[in-house]
Structures are given as C-alpha cells and as structure tokens.
Design a protein around this ligand. Structure first.
Ligand SMILES: [Zn+2]
Length: 221
C-alpha cells in the first residue's frame, strides 16, 4: 500500500507553487507546479486558489487525497508564528480584509487537512538547512540563513527545526539594528526601513536592490 505524503504550498504575491514529498522526503514533482495566487483579490479567492493548487498537484502526481498527512504552507510576512497576518497588513496582503486574517486556519478549514505554517524566509531557511546537511545529521545541527529577496529575510534552525519565536519574528535578520558609526558620509541621511526602524540591515541593503534608488556616487564620479 502506498504510504503517506506531505504537500508543500508556497504562496506569493502573484503565484502559488506546489510540491509533494513522500515519506522518505523525496520530491514527487521535478519543478514546482505554478498557479495564480489571487492574493490581490482578497482572502476568499486566495484560499480557494490554494485549495485548487493542492488539488492540481495531487492530480499531477496521481496521489490520492487520503494519503496527504499534512500541508506545509508558507507566505511572505509579517505573519505570526501560527499564520495570522499582521494587524497592520503586509506588503503582499495590503487590503484591509487581510489584516489579522488567519491564513493557516482558513486553509485548514477549507481543505480538512492539518496545515503547518512558516513564513517564507523560515521555510527557505529550513529547506537550506536540510539541503546542506545530510539527512543523518540535519536533525542534530543548527544553522542561520540570510534570505535575499525583495527584502532581507532570515531564519534560524536549531536541531533541524525552525526557531519561530513567540511572535513569529525570530531570525528576522533584516530588522536588526547595525552600528552605523562611521558608515555615513557627511550629510547622508540615515536609511529607514519599511518596518519603521532606522539603520537596520534591510534599510542599508535596500538601496542596492531598488531599481529607483540612485547609484552610489563617490566624490570623483
Ligand atoms: Zn526593518
């Protein structure tokens, strides 16, 4: 008899990516299966799109729904450790209906399968940890990952498991103050982050990522 599987759903601003892993941790999908996320159409449409992504990947792999033991869901943050979107919204979830929305609970209620949640940086860090360390030692090792995307994310893994913190903010490396003494030129303003901090790691990194930001100009250029 075929064993159990877990399904991974990665939610983004425009696209959901889906995959299936078997009991041994092997991927049953070569590339991730993409579908529209409908995040900008509000929670109802977006939860339906995630349920559809689950159905699609099961159909694609020929796996019966009864074999799915759990679904692992990730979204961009800031989201609480158990999958409730920030009361102030988030870059990807800016519409008022998303504020304080329990995306993990809503998907679990919709599909009737246990849903485990991590923010996307923590999910990436967890993948990196298990991809880097061999299976025999991954559950005994620790790691810290810096995740470079639209912003600067991060994740801390201890003994093979993500450290999420009480508020889900553990490992948010981008929003840690860094000492700015001697780093700014005369008259150069202190960089500010969308999170409200001045001089945190993401605020310093962002000018080099943003297409609209002026290129760094030295005195001779
Ligand atoms: Zn910040």
């Amino acid at each position: 008899m075929a064993g159990w599987v877990v399904v991974g759903l990665d939610n983004g601003g425009t696209t959901n990516n889906a995959t299936v892993l078997d009991e041994a941790g092997s991927f049953l999908v070569e590339e991730m299966l993409e579908s529209p996320s409908h995040v900008t159409n509000g929670p109802d449409k977006a939860i339906e799109a995630l349920a559809q992504a689950l159905d699609n990947v099961l159909q694609f792999t020929g796996v019966e729904r009864a074999r799915v033991r759990a679904v692992g869901l990730d979204t961009p943050g800031p989201v609480s450790a158990d999958g409730v979107i920030s009361s102030k919204g988030a870059t990807n979830f800016s519409a008022p209906e998303w504020h304080s929305f329990d995306v993990r609970g809503a998907l679990e209620a919709r599909i009737g399968i246990p849903v485990v949640y991590n923010n996307d940086a923590n999910a990436a860090a967890l993948y990196a940890h298990h991809a880097y360390f061999a299976a025999e030692v991954a559950m005994t090792r620790s790691s810290v990952s810096a995740i470079v995307g639209t912003g600067l994310g991060g994740g801390v893994v201890e003994a093979g498991r993500v450290v999420r913190g009480a508020a889900g903010m553990a490992g948010e490396l981008g929003h840690v103050w860094i000492p700015m003494d001697g780093l700014l030129a005369d008259g150069q303003p202190m960089p500010r982050c969308n999170c409200g901090l001045a001089g945190d790691a993401e605020s310093v990194m962002r000018p080099s990522l943003g297409p609209a930001a002026p290129a760094a100009a030295g005195p001779n250029s």
